[in-house]
Design a protein around this ligand. Structure first.
Ligand code: PGA
Length: 255
């Protein structure tokens, strides 16, 4: 079944007000005319207001890099689903390995974030993936299955209807060492198959992005793989021309 590709930029902790405005202006002109691929950007939450205004009239969708499980109250420093919605954010990254590592986020906590996003009508972009040591120990599938199962066990497989998974091997993030198309395809097929053991229909529609050193030179080949439905892009999403090449490669490969 045909899935509409999604390429999303994860800006991480980068940029300021003027960078946000300028990058979005450049993306708008680079991506004018693209209609066979969904495109989203996740700037730092501080700049969602600038981004929302700059994106008026554009097909580019807004996202965020994290969310809290609570909707309101005494939770110092946190940002809720409703706040993200207020700024028009739709695709919300959760479970990124940088948050799992630096903020000690557990599978159970991430499943609660997933639930909060579904409850709010937002789209979870659930990041999963193994470390280098796990990869070398042959544990890639076991790790991915565990990270997916924490959501399925808490919410049921139907929670993945309309959701996005980003397979991001940790050893490939920010290292310049992307997984090969064949390596990534094999894990993507495993992830889809794992979901299919619970529901074929859910597995058929779920978007599985690849992430980890995707750039303008390697994207096209990654997108030739049948179970790679787009990309979550870090470093290369900070430069409009490179990001546009990645988006257009997805559009060309999947239409
Ligand atoms: P990278 O980051 O493209 O810079 O490797 C991807 C990510 O962490 O989402």
């Amino acid at each position: 079944m045909a899935r509409r590709p999604l390429v999303m930029g994860n800006w991480k902790l980068n940029g300021d007000k003027s960078f946000t405005k300028e990058l979005i202006e450049n993306l708008k002109s680079e991506l004018a005319g693209v209609n066979g691929c969904d495109v989203a950007i996740a700037p730092p939450v501080m700049y969602l207001a600038e981004a929302e205004t700059s994106l008026i009239g554009s097909q580019i969708l807004l996202g965020a890099q994290n969310v809290d499980v609570n909707v309101k109250g005494a939770f110092t420093g946190d940002i809720s689903t409703e706040m993200l919605k207020d700024f028009g954010a739709k695709y919300i990254i959760i479970g990124h390995s940088e948050r799992r590592t630096y903020h000690k986020e557990s599978d159970e906590f991430i499943a609660k974030k997933f639930a909060a996003l579904k409850e709010a009508g937002l789209v979870p972009v659930l990041c999963i993936g193994e470390s280098e040591a796990e990869n070398e120990a042959g544990k890639t599938e076991e790790v991915c299955a565990r990270q997916i199962d924490s959501v399925i066990n808490a919410l049921g497989v139907e929670a993945f209807n309309g959701a996005v998974i980003a397979y991001e091997p940790i050893w490939a993030i920010g290292t310049g060492k992307s997984a090969t198309p064949e390596q990534a395809q094999s894990v993507h097929a495993f992830i889809r198959g794992h979901i299919a053991t619970k529901s074929q229909a859910v597995a058929d529609q779920v978007i599985i992005q690849y992430g980890g050193s995707v750039n303008d030179a390697n994207a096209a080949e990654l997108f030739t793989q049948p179970d790679i439905d787009g990309a979550l892009v870090g470093g290369a999403s900070l430069k409009a021309p490179a990001f546009a090449v990645i988006v257009k490669a997805a559009e060309a490969a999947k239409n």
